[in-house]
Design a protein around this ligand. Structure first.
Ligand SMILES: [Fe+2]
Length: 559
């Protein structure tokens, strides 16, 4: 049975394909159309499908459109009609939104060139998130927390899974949305609403005490409950006026200089978020007794909060998928339809992020040739790359299947030497053009993680760069380029099993330097992560990357 999962209701458009319960492909539309997040999150485009992502999934599985047995869409208009109150935003927008959702099945039928009738399924957005975390976790039962912007009406959902069955336990409907709160503060602090990660980076520079009292009025949290004050979020225009009255004028332009006040606001937001999420963790522990917790929803990308959750020890086991935000719902929706329609349960515990396109050496060489460049083959690309990194070079490392999720995890990565404090500036000047206050993340060999970072017991999700443990005090001077202002790092643990080629590279770097850690940042410059060899070559040529390694094909800046 072949099931196509689709997310495109808001943003992070993506497609995923299950064949007999096995996940064979998942990919974001942005990697093909080169528009960040795939499309804008607006009320009149939930019928804009990730067509190229869908085509890739079919090609990867060797299937034709007619081979798809079911289509799962990760949003449920019926649930929306019953739970969402039109007065929460502009009622006419809601009408248009629902009209567009009414077109969705027709768009799927046009794409697949046949009538789908009962084979098209709308799936609850938060249950799709829940499934995207639960089945890959490998747990046979779990408590599941979704913390998000909004699903049909809920900002957060508590759910319970036993065997194949996932049930909603409780929802915290709008306005109690931590995701929206971060979007609002991102805008107020001068970033786009998608830039929660910038706010998170800025928070480490601030003092949460400065605005702690103000945040008690915005986001309250007690032992096992939280609430967001609707005056400060939502679709009305005056939210920034309210924030300005409380915190001073907003920073509405990224070119405006950041003040210590901005970092203090970010720090207080991070602190309040940690408290609210911990309240939800204690609440679900009470309502769904289990050793196992799955986390999903966009807030699952907050590695500082994730670290607090993991270190709290409330749950013995924790799993967060590589794509906890909306794109992951393409996988989750397909999994839920599989559970409803297939006789056999879906595959469990398959959590690899390497689900996107890969390219043959012949395709890589053809791209190099068509770009008019000269390349050479290497007998030991990992060793050569490691030597270049140890010499202070920036190496683009392009290998195997592209990552699903927002982080480059060693297949579409830019790598550099963490021992050199100047590497942050060099990376920013030559390629990344990011704000100076943002940290760069490290990747460490699994065997040595504990010697360098206060990871505690690592989970599978530590392979997805989703936690921010402290860098061990005695090691900070040895890898200064990846230590954030507060002494933490958003570390990725790399095992030989999960990514043998990347593991080999870091191992070679260790042979050269004695340090089993490299800087790992996504292979892009202010655009979606590169997907094809040609995307890689274009970014290589227009930036100051010193070497590009694709499979065993090496290009250097000097030619
Ligand atoms: Fe979501």
């Amino acid at each position: 049975m072949n099931i196509l999962g689709i997310n495109c209701v808001y943003h992070e458009s993506a497609a995923a394909l299950l064949v007999d319960g096995k996940l064979v492909a998942a990919v974001e539309e942005e990697r093909f159309n080169r528009i960040k997040h795939g499309k804008e999150a607006i009320y009149d485009n939930p019928h804009q499908f990730p067509e190229r992502a869908i085509r890739f999934c079919l090609k990867q599985a060797g299937l034709k459109a007619r081979d798809i047995h079911h289509v799962a869409y990760s949003f449920d208009p019926k649930l929306r009609r019953t739970r969402f109150k039109p007065e929460w935003w502009i009622p006419q927008w809601e009408d248009v939104f629902l009209l567009r959702l009414g077109q969705v099945q027709g768009v799927a039928e046009e794409l697949l060139e046949r009538s789908l009738r009962q084979k098209f399924h709308f799936v609850s957005h938060h249950l799709a998130h829940a499934a995207s975390a639960y089945f890959p976790s490998g747990f046979d039962r779990a408590a599941i927390l979704n913390i998000d912007g909004i699903g049909e009406a809920a900002g957060s959902t508590l759910a319970k899974a036993v065997g194949q069955r996932i049930q909603t336990v409780e929802t915290f409907d709008y306005p109690h949305s931590l995701g929206f709160l971060w979007e609002v503060f991102s805008g107020y602090l001068g970033f786009s609403s998608y830039d929660a990660s910038k706010v998170m980076g800025l928070a480490a520079w601030g003092d949460p005490k400065v605005f702690r009292a103000q945040f008690e009025q915005i986001l309250r949290a007690d032992n096992d409950n939280y609430g967001v004050n609707p005056d400060f979020i939502g679709f009305h225009d005056n939210k920034y006026d309210k924030l300005a009255a409380m915190f001073g004028p907003g920073r509405f332009d990224e070119s405006e200089e950041l003040q210590p006040r901005h970092a203090d606001i970010a720090a207080a937001l991070q602190e309040a978020t940690n408290a609210a999420v911990m309240a939800l963790v204690r609440r679900i522990k009470r309502r769904v007794p289990s050793e196992n917790l799955c986390l999903a929803g966009g807030v699952g990308l907050n590695c500082v909060t994730n670290e607090v959750v993991w270190k709290s020890g409330e749950f013995a086991n924790l799993f967060i998928p590589s794509a906890p935000h909306d794109e992951g719902t393409a996988i989750g929706a397909a999994l839920l339809v599989h559970c409803a329609k297939a006789k056999k349960p879906p595959q469990r515990g398959y959590s690899t992020p390497f689900l996107g396109p890969s390219f043959k050496r012949s395709e890589i060489l053809a791209a190099v040739k068509s770009a008019g460049l000269k390349a050479r083959r290497s007998k030991s690309p990992a060793r050569e790359a490691a030597k270049l990194i140890a010499d202070g070079k920036i190496v683009a490392w392009f290998q195997g299947r592209m990552e699903f999720g927002p982080r480059a995890l060693g297949n579409r990565s830019l790598l550099a030497d963490p021992r050199r404090p100047e590497m942050r500036n060099i990376l920013n000047q030559k390629v990344k053009h990011r704000e100076d206050f943002r940290p760069f993340a490290p990747s460490v060999m699994a065997e040595h993680a504990d010697e360098w970072f206060e990871v505690g017991t690592p989970t599978t999700s530590h392979e997805f760069m989703l936690f921010a443990p402290a860098v061990r005090l005695e090691q900070r001077k040895r890898i200064p380029a990846i230590v954030h202002q507060d002494g933490t790092a958003r570390v990725q643990i790399v095992s030989r099993k999960s990514n043998p080629r990347f593991h080999e590279l870091i191992s070679c770097f260790r042979d050269e330097t004695g340090v089993p850690v490299v800087i790992n940042t996504s292979f892009n410059d202010s655009e979606p992560i590169v997907c094809t060899p040609m995307d890689a070559i274009v970014t290589f040529r227009k930036s100051g990357i010193d070497a590009l390694v694709m499979d065993d094909v090496i290009l250097t800046a000097k030619g």
